[in-house]
Each structure stands twice: as C-alpha cells, then as structure tokens.
Ligand binder design. Structure first.
Ligand SMILES: [Zn+2]
Length: 106
C-alpha cells in the first residue's frame, strides 16, 4: 500500500477544448470523403492550452465526465423550460383571445 493515494479514487478532470484542426468535429473534410482527424485522435477534443491528444483510455473517461456534465445541464434546462414554457404559452393565448378574437356575438 502506497501512501498518499487518498485522492486516488477521484480521477483528475482534464480541461478540454475543441480541436483546432477539425474545430471539434472529430473529422476533417478530405477530397472525396470525411477523414478522422489525426490531430485529436478522432475525438474532436484536445487538452486545453497544450493541445495534447489524450490516450484512448484517458479520453474515454474524460469524455464521459464531459458527457455527464452536459446531460446534467440538459436536465436543468429541460426542467427550466417546462416551468416557464406553458406559462408563456397561456399568456400568448390570453392576449390573442382578448384582443384579436373573431367572435362577433351573432
Ligand atoms: Zn481534430
């Protein structure tokens, strides 16, 4: 047992930035078809600042962290829109009903 591994269970979060060569698309446009971008190992991401490509093993983990974060963001956004969305809809409907109604009373 080595000492100093108390934080070893928590993997380091490496900041990533979109690959400048393929602009984060993971592929580049070849003459006839798209090619896997060699600058980022086909991931679309490089290490922020250094532009180093992560190894496949590390990349999978880091992309998972990123995806988990993105999914949380999406979940929050979806919750937010379900609260404000219907209210906006009803407000628009009320305005239309009060001002622009075609009901003549005949
Ligand atoms: Zn790339």
């Amino acid at each position: 047992m080595k000492k100093g591994q108390g934080f070893g269970f928590k993997r380091e979060r490496i900041e990533l930035e979109p690959c400048p060569a393929c602009k984060g698309k993971a592929v580049v446009q070849g003459v006839f078809y798209e090619l896997v971008c060699s600058d980022c190992n086909g991931s679309g991401w490089v290490v922020l600042g250094s532009r180093v490509v992560l190894s496949s093993d590390e990349l999978v983990t880091q992309l998972s962290f990123k995806l988990q974060w993105a999914q949380r963001e999406i979940a929050v956004l979806q919750q937010g829109s379900s609260i404000s969305g219907p209210a906006e809809y009803y407000q628009q409907n009320n305005r239309r009903g009060a001002g622009g109604s075609n009901y003549t009373g005949d």
